[in-house]
Design a protein around this ligand. Structure first.
Ligand SMILES: CC(C)(COP(=O)(O)OP(=O)(O)OC[C@H]1O[C@@H](n2cnc3c(N)ncnc32)[C@H](O)[C@@H]1OP(=O)(O)O)[C@@H](O)C(=O)NCCC(=O)NCCS
Ligand SMILES: [Zn+2]
Length: 242
């Protein structure tokens, strides 16, 4: 991924493994890509971008769309503008669904929150990535936030907002990898507690489902998690801006 100076940030190996590979690209909204012009987007993306009323939300979408094409192009060894992205929603057919890279064998996931955008591209296993900004507003009660997303047992492990957000990102990463998103209650996804490494404990009553998870270090103000629907080792690389 090019950065401001056009240099490539060294990739950081998070988990060594053979076979499949997943690269997570991290970008700041409006820094790396603020020069992104409309012609970098497909017609469908331009239409979507034009519909956002909120400038930040539009910038997040545009950053993610361009970063996704660069990430897939890098994985395939083709120019970014040669990558086609299909976002057909499996519910209504509009271009606002899970991103797919038809005919490439790659799986992808996009997430944005506050000033950060993450794009994960995997060479096989379905992937889900989720990033959330940790809002440390005084008076925010993490247990109240967790009431509808975490089980009673999970809530015992939440002592601050960051703990709640850690649960949220782990659960949402799994539901983005399955493609169901928030149609499924987050309480249906049982993940490891915040003080333990990320992992999927149970899914639809099944213990230890086939899923590898990682927490991603994206700085003090955000929490992020990655889910890959496989039991096989996956080499995960994180490509961050300086
Ligand atoms: C997908 C979802 C979990 C995203 O949650 P979020 O915290 O608001 O947003 P994030 O930034 O983490 O992720 C947004 C990205 O998720 C991706 N996405 C959308 N639907 C998805 C799905 N079903 N599965 C996986 N990823 C999906 C898109 O790439 C989107 O990025 P974009 O808006 O730039 O195109 C949530 O919006 C959701 O559950 N959507 C599906 C709801 C649905 O089915 N609606 C039917 C509409 S007809
Ligand atoms: Zn839809």
């Amino acid at each position: 991924m090019p950065t401001d100076g056009g240099e490539r940030v060294p990739e950081q190996a998070v988990e060594a493994g053979g076979g499949a590979r997943c690269t997570v690209h991290v970008a700041r909204v409006g820094r790396e890509w603020d020069a992104a012009s409309a012609e970098a987007l497909s017609p469908a993306e331009q239409q979507r971008a034009a519909r956002y009323r909120d400038d930040r939300a539009r910038a997040q979408f545009v950053t993610g769309a361009i970063l996704l094409r660069h990430a897939a192009g890098a994985a395939l060894g083709v120019p970014a503008d040669g990558v086609a992205v299909d976002r057909t929603c499996d519910r209504c057919g509009k271009q606002h669904g899970r991103p797919r890279l038809p005919g490439t064998g790659l799986e992808a996931s996009v997430s944005h929150s506050g000033g950060l955008v993450l794009v994960a591209v995997s060479t096989g296993p379905a992937v889900g990535v989720d990033v959330e900004e940790v809002a440390l507003r005084p008076g925010l009660d993490p247990l109240a936030l967790a009431a509808r997303t975490c089980s009673q047992d999970e809530r015992r492990h939440i002592s601050d907002v960051r703990g709640f957000v850690t649960y949220w990102t782990r659960k949402e990463a799994v539901l983005k990898a399955t493609g169901e998103g928030l149609r499924v209650p987050l309480t249906d996804v049982v993940v490891t507690p915040p003080h333990e490494p990320a992992g999927l404990v149970a899914w639809r009553g099944r213990l230890r489902p086939e899923c590898r998870m990682l927490d991603l270090d994206v700085g003090a103000h955000h929490v992020a998690a990655l889910a890959l629907l496989t039991q096989e080792p996956v080499a995960v690389l994180v490509d961050r801006p300086d």
